[in-house]
Design a protein around this ligand. Sequence first.
Ligand code: FPP
Length: 248
Amino acid sequence: MSTKTEMISEYPPLTRVPRHVAIIMDGNGRWAQRRGLPRSAGHEAGTENLRRVIRGCVEFGVEILTIYAFSTENWGRPRWEVQALMRILEGVIDKELGELAAEGVQLRHIGVLDRLPGKLQDKVHRAIELTKNNTRLIVNIAFNYGGRDEIVHAVQAIIRDGIPAEEITETLINSYLYTAGLPDPDLIIRTSGELRVSNFLIWQGAYAEYYVCSTLWPDFDRDELRKALEHYARRERRFGKVSTPDLA
Ligand code: FPP
């Protein structure tokens, strides 16, 4: 993103834009493997692609983008890969924060920071603080995030707060999740063709529209994002109801 001037899109306006898009950025490893490169090169290429997708979200009018960057299960990857992903998060903050902040991006985090190196935790907190008043696009980074872990954390906090059983509602549970205050995702995109939820936004995604494409994440460019948004615009969202209720 280079200038904060309004982006003029050559695409016609969409008939409906999802407010909140969430992405499982899958396929970095395969992208690298196909090129005879180490997996870390795939993650680097995936990070570069993130810049394009953030720009696309601003251009197409998305308000919130949640990205799955590191899951609670990813600790099981080889040590060097875990460290590479930590370095990438640090690099994104070091190198991109100024520009993201200037562009009006608000950075948030969902998940647990505790297990991350202290210096990285500080950087994440600083990035959140620096951008908290920005309103152009919320970029919510799921890092050391797991949907089940989030629900366990919420239940523990509810019990700790002494909330009686009869006061437990969906609204209350929402307010204890890492995503408290954010609307549920309207569209969840998964790249690289895998048909799995992988513990991502399992509560919040109850009525999300899913879009899966075979493109590997580093190749999921602006046109691919546009295609996903066009698919979404054509979906009929019924939220468990029917589109044309019986008159009888
Ligand atoms: C899944 O691909 C991808 C990840 C586990 C990491 C995603 C991270 C990025 C795109 C970098 C951006 C990160 C930050 C912190 C902003 P995979 O490695 O499982 O691919 P494969 O299924 O082809 O092996």
